[in-house]
Design a protein around this ligand. Structure first.
Ligand code: ADP
Ligand code: MG
Ligand code: ZN
Length: 471
């Protein structure tokens, strides 16, 4: 039996308003090369000035995962040539990173596990290479954007654990508000190190796959790489320490180059940037400003809203969902009702959409209106569900849609009685069954009534009327 060992190096762009070493805007999606200056395009003689907010954000992240914040920390030049790196070096940290140690707790299949962190360091992002018809082009807007690299110890032992770890990390960073962690936009991505070994033997040689930017890619890349390594070892071959490229479409990785070592980069302290001295009272003031994290919010949901612990955890896991939930409550203060709707219908919808980054495309205000209509039984459940689909991606007012399309729940007893009598006439067998005490047949009548009224019949009333009519 082989054991799999995984270590992740997670790169997370920080949401500062300006870049790490210059005053250029840090903003995704601008016209190419409009957010750059002599510093971030590496003009000779331009001098970097460290962004204090970037340091603050990195410290926040460190504190939230239990790191020790080093009082003394140094920026170094990581030298290599590539067109996305204007200076031919990246400003990073090696010997003296900002944060060390710490870890995150994950849970997979009900088992909790603590994943230790090696370090978190601050560095600048490289520019973006755009491959166009006329050849490669470089967009320097991203060059010099601050990012933190969070390096895990090789404590992860399955693809499931790696994804759980990354989800936990992402959730934490989103709660802190230091990054938007959009995997699709590349503000969160991972280098994945994988090795396999036989039980009782030392760790095997690892390979590294760089820049994976979706949970599913990470999951599949680990599975596939672990399998490949086992097969190689079974054939009697050795694993070469190398960097591999994961092709997400083909679902395969390819050898790119033998792995470079720290010494290949000729790191040395950047003479243009003085070492950072982080005073303990500065760290303390940051630690006092840390926002309420998932656990604290969940506690409030249990204590003040009367939700179950399980529901509270589900709602607070993702800050976006938790914020959205709380925004609905601003307009419609029915925590349990809203919770059921979120965990049921909204989660179902989000799962079906399979997006990497959670986004509910209905404003919380409109969702509150929809839920008011539903709770007051103006509309029934199936119409409420239908509205969720119909309003998605629009800013239509649910009250108006209900009016325009006449979706109000049918609660007119006379009208419903007529419809139900007709159903009964068409289905004498079902009537007999119900009369003989087969209560399951009731669902059939409710279903038929829904069908005939385009989902508008009030199911409670249908039930009552059917009961009355068979007497
Ligand atoms: P480098 O600087 O060469 O990338 P590091 O020592 O910083 O190497 O480790 C990078 C990542 O590789 C870390 O996340 C670490 O946990 C992981 N790692 C180290 N050894 C192994 C191994 N044998 N198998 C899998 N992952 C490993
Ligand atoms: Mg590394
Ligand atoms: Zn700049």
């Amino acid at each position: 039996m082989y054991k799999v060992v995984i270590g992740l190096e997670t790169h997370c762009e920080l949401k500062t308003s300006t870049k790490c070493f210059c005053a250029c805007k840090n903003q995704f999606g601008g016209e190419p090369n409009t957010q750059c200056c002599p510093v971030c395009v590496g003009m000779p003689g331009a001098l970097p000035i460290l962004n204090k907010t970037a340091v603050e954000y990195a410290i926040k992240a460190g504190l939230a995962v239990g790191c020790k914040i080093n009082e003394y920390s140094v920026f170094e030049r990581k030298n290599y040539f590539y067109p996305d790196l204007a200076k031919a070096y990246q400003i990073s940290q090696l010997e003296y990173p900002l944060c060390v140690g710490g870890g995150v707790e994950i849970e997979v299949d009900g088992t909790k596990k603590f994943i230790r962190l090696d370090r978190i360091h601050l560095e600048e992002d490289a520019a973006k290479l755009v491959h166009s018809k006329t050849g490669p082009k470089v967009d320097y807007n991203r060059g010099g954007v601050p990012l933190i690299e969070i390096v895990s110890m090789p404590d992860l032992s399955s693809a499931e654990e790696a994804v759980a770890y990354l989800k936990k990390l992402r959730s934490t960073l989103l709660y802190l508000g230091v990054s938007d962690c959009k995997m699709q936009e590349g503000s969160l991505k991972c280098d994945v190190n994988v090795s396999v070994h036989k039980e009782g033997e030392p760790f095997g040689t690892r390979t590294e796959m760089k820049n994976l930017n979706s949970f599913s890619a990470i999951f599949r890349a680990i599975k596939s790489e672990a399998k490949r390594q086992q097969e190689e070892l079974e054939k009697g071959n050795k694993i070469v320490q190398e960097t591999r490229r994961w092709d997400d479409v083909l679902g395969k990785s390819f050898s790119m180059r033998t792995k470079e070592d720290a010494q290949d980069y000729r790191y040395f302290p950047d003479p243009d940037i003085i070492p950072i001295h982080v005073r303990p009272n500065y760290v303390e003031s940051i630690s006092k400003q840390l926002p309420k994290m998932a656990q604290e919010r969940a506690q409030i949901y249990v204590n003040d809203f009367g939700l179950t612990e399980k529901d509270a955890v589900l709602l607070t896991d993702d800050k976006y969902i938790s914020d959205y939930f709380e925004a609905i409550l601003q307009d419609f203060n029915e925590p349990k009702f809203v919770c059921n709707w979120m965990l049921g219908e909204v989660f179902k919808k989000l799962n079906a959409l399979e997006q990497e980054d959670t986004e509910i495309l209905i404003s919380p205000q409109n969702m509150a209106k929809l839920l008011k209509l539903y709770k007051s039984e103006t509309i029934g459940q199936s119409v409420a569900r239908k509205l969720l689909d119909e309003l998605w991606g629009t800013d239509k007012n649910p009250e108006e849609v209900v009016k325009e399309q006449g979706l109000t729940q049918m609660s007119d007893t006379n009208q419903l009685e007529g419809i139900i009598k007709a159903i009964m006439d068409e289905n004498p067998k079902a009537v007999q069954e119900l009369k003989s005490g087969n209560n399951k047949t009731m669902a059939f009548f409710v279903g038929q009534a829904m069908k005939k009224t385009a989902g508008k019949a009030n199911p409670k009333l249908v039930n009552e009327i059917v009961q009355k009519l068979i007497k």
